[in-house]
Write a protein that binds this ligand. Structure first.
Ligand code: F0G
Length: 482
């Protein structure tokens, strides 16, 4: 279906759904946007949606839900223990992800907390393709560290490598030999490596990871939060799998992992999360954490309505038409912006379009937070809220030195079936204006910097009055328009 051409001459993405519930958006004047930025500490997490036009901060928990999901929420079986809603989620997990034993959690990072506390001891190192912010935070909270073993070219932002999320198998073997299996609790594979631009891994890479894990007797843990879109890109890009169904591909990938966990906020267009496995002894090891941190074993901190929505949403990830929507719009966003000279992460990945802020703001140093500054500047000139994925989202080392991020990205999330094509065109248009005026973007510095996950609550300020100058230029070019 997604390979079908819908127009005679162009391969424009087409909305294969109709919109029946709508929410009004607010496009406030640029003067208000500047005030809102100041109030937010130049951190887009601090903005209120009343001041946001297109909210591209994340896809998490904001993908459009389907009529069938909403309908299922109405028949939820509210019970502290033994709810039939949970049984429906269990069945969906078994049918779609191929795992029998399920532990419910309130969201993805709660699964990471359970995994970290159950399997990681101080001094352990977890090899992975790449970290996600909350994963790293939970691993370091219990005294572990991580080793990122991506292929050498994965951090080349402009690339034609279709699978930049692959682990480098030689590096993995060398790492295991040098570290020793006693200090390796598991190998972690993240579907569609979020922080390097939503880049997928291939099934052949996952097969190699499994082979190495078996050789050394190690466990493989799969973060499946973005598995649906990873599976879609496997179908598009990995020749051997082009003719397989989404169901076959999903099961193939989960079948190679001992434990699969997910943020349902991403995977199934809902809320909540889960950890699943076919190994009963692993299930039992983790089980105790659920009543301790989440809630009883049949709700795990979620409302039963959410659980119903997850069950339906999991089956919907098998629908290629649904799953294709976000990556197809992202591809359009990335390729159209790139054609205008805007430095974008290529190939287009999942979750959102990613702008290479180091190149966009090549006049700024990395410790002036180019990705954070670009996020603030784009909001100012458009009302579009993106997310910094660079050094602001990084951490400091034990001596308090800044650990500069491998990449400086502005992420523009494209949640499933939320934005129309004209809204995407608006984003491209304002990005292009900003690109033409990029030299006006200045740096940021911390005003308040929390110790953990500082990018969420931290506050910054501009290092000069550049936001003002940018606003004046906007006024000159756009007159009174918003
Ligand atoms: N793993 C991955 C790959 C994620 O992208 C996320 C969340 C999590 C784990 C944690 O899940 O939010 O339900 O606790 N990513 C969101 C984002 C926050 O905006 O990219 P959570």
């Amino acid at each position: 279906m997604p390979n079908v051409k819908f127009y005679k001459n162009e391969d424009l993405p087409l909305e294969l759904h109709k919109v029946r519930i709508v929410q009004k958006l607010n496009l406030v004047p640029i003067e208000r946007r500047l005030d809102a930025l100041k109030e937010a500490g130049y951190n887009t997490f601090g903005l209120r949606t009343a001041d946001v036009f297109l909210d591209m901060i994340t896809d998490s928990g904001v993908n459009a839900m389907s009529d069938n999901q909403l309908a299922a929420m109405m028949r939820a079986d509210d019970a502290y223990a033994g709810s039939q809603s949970f049984e429906r989620m269990q069945k969906a997990v078994e049918d779609v992800l191929g795992k029998k034993y399920l532990l419910p959690v309130h969201q993805g990072r709660a699964a990471e907390n359970v995994l970290a506390r159950t399997f990681i001891k101080p001094g352990d190192v977890v090899p992975m393709n790449y970290h996600f912010t909350t994963t790293l935070a939970h691993i370091t909270e219990v005294g572990g560290t991580i080793a990122e073993l991506l292929c050498d070219d994965a951090l080349e932002l402009s690339s034609t490598n279709p699978f930049k999320g692959n682990i480098d198998i030689d590096k993995l073997v060398r790492f295991i030999e040098e570290t020793g299996v006693e200090r390796i609790p598991f190998i972690r594979m993240e579907a569609s490596t979020n922080l390097i631009g939503g880049q997928p891994f291939s099934i052949s890479n996952m097969l190699d990871v499994r082979r190495v894990a078996d050789k050394y007797g190690l466990m493989v843990v799969l973060d499946a939060s973005l598995l649906g879109e990873n599976a879609f890109l496997v179908k598009q890009r990995e020749k051997e799998w082009g003719e397989n169904s989404m169901g076959d591909i999903l099961k193939m990938m989960t079948g190679l992992a001992d434990i699969v966990y997910f943020s349902a906020r991403k995977l199934s267009s809902s809320r909540g999360g889960g950890i699943c496995t076919n190994r009963h002894e692993l299930y039992q090891k983790m089980e105790v954490m659920i009543p301790l941190f989440e809630g009883f074993l049949t709700y795990g901190g979620m409302s039963v309505r959410e659980i119903e929505a997850i069950a339906v949403g999991l089956y919907e990830t098998l629908d290629e038409t649904m799953i294709s929507q976000s990556p197809t719009f992202i591809k359009y966003l990335v390729e159209t912006a790139e054609a205008k000279g805007i430095p974008m992460v290529t190939p287009p990945g999942v979750l959102g379009g990613h702008v290479n802020a180091m190149e966009f703001c090549s006049h700024l140093r990395q410790n002036q937070y180019p990705a954070g500054a670009l996020a603030a500047a784009l909001y100012l000139c458009s009302g579009v809220r993106g997310m910094e994925r660079g050094t602001v989202s990084s951490v400091r080392d034990e001596q308090g030195n800044e650990i500069l991020s491998d990449v400086e990205l502005l992420r523009l999330a494209v949640p499933r079936r939320v934005f129309t094509l004209s809204q995407i065109n608006y984003v491209i248009d304002r990005l292009e204006w900003l690109w033409d005026n990029r030299k006006l973007i200045g740096g940021l510095q911390w005003v308040y910097e929390p110790r953990v996950l500082r990018f969420f609550m931290g506050k910054l300020e501009p290092t000069s009055d550049w936001p003002h100058r940018l606003m004046e230029k906007f006024r000159k070019d756009f007159g009174d328009s918003l």
